[in-house]
Design a protein around this ligand. Sequence first.
Ligand code: GLP
Length: 246
Amino acid sequence: MELSIVKNYEELSQRAANKVIAIAESTDQPINISIPAGRTPKGMYHDLVDYVKDHPGCFDHISWYTLDEYINIPKGSALSCLTKLTHLFYEPAGIKKDKIFSFNTEAEDFNKEAERIEALISETGGLRLSILGIGRNGHVGFNEPGSERDSRTRVMTLQAKTLEQSKVYFTEDVLPPKEGITLGIQTLLESEEILLFANSTEKEAIIHEVVEGDISPQVPASFFRESPKAELIIDEEAAKRLSVRK
Ligand code: GLP
């Protein structure tokens, strides 16, 4: 994994957006990219929306996959990651509906739903890029601590720290659902490129573990450290506890 430490959130967002743009511009063949909700990618989406306004059609060959999603919530719920991605990115960037792939939050059988998305990705050439935020407990997507390296797309019970962290996403007096569905660690490791990013002092402890701690299911993001296809971009605040900064 390549580690890049940048000055601040603006720079981190621009770097992440530039990676997406470079990949988009490198080909006119159809490609798949998986993207997260959460706070970390907001600046990147803002920059991507700015870019597409000046370069109409530049993302037309990209199919976008939602990295993870809450389950057993109504379609279109404000809680849904797809709803957030729609507001932040799909709508303002003019991404067409047939290029947006997401988990059905109302599926009858979520194991089958996981298989459906996994099959869709592999049948269409795999993921060209996966973009991953990092939870304060080291999760990526909803791959919670305890997730194995060879895990594939599946349903997960969310842990207390994740539920606590998730509260900040919701303005209404509604607790986030306790279960989610997520692309698996192995599914993500098979991407041609993987971009992880994290900012702010809130992430300094987990970034220390991801970069300098044990590689273990207890810190799912640590599995990406061994991948030469992965890049971790962090700002100076998130890098504070790293020995390379001392
Ligand atoms: C959440 C989401 C992930 C997100 C991560 C980090 O629980 N399920 O998709 O990437 O945690 O969130 P944030 O970027 O808000 O710190």
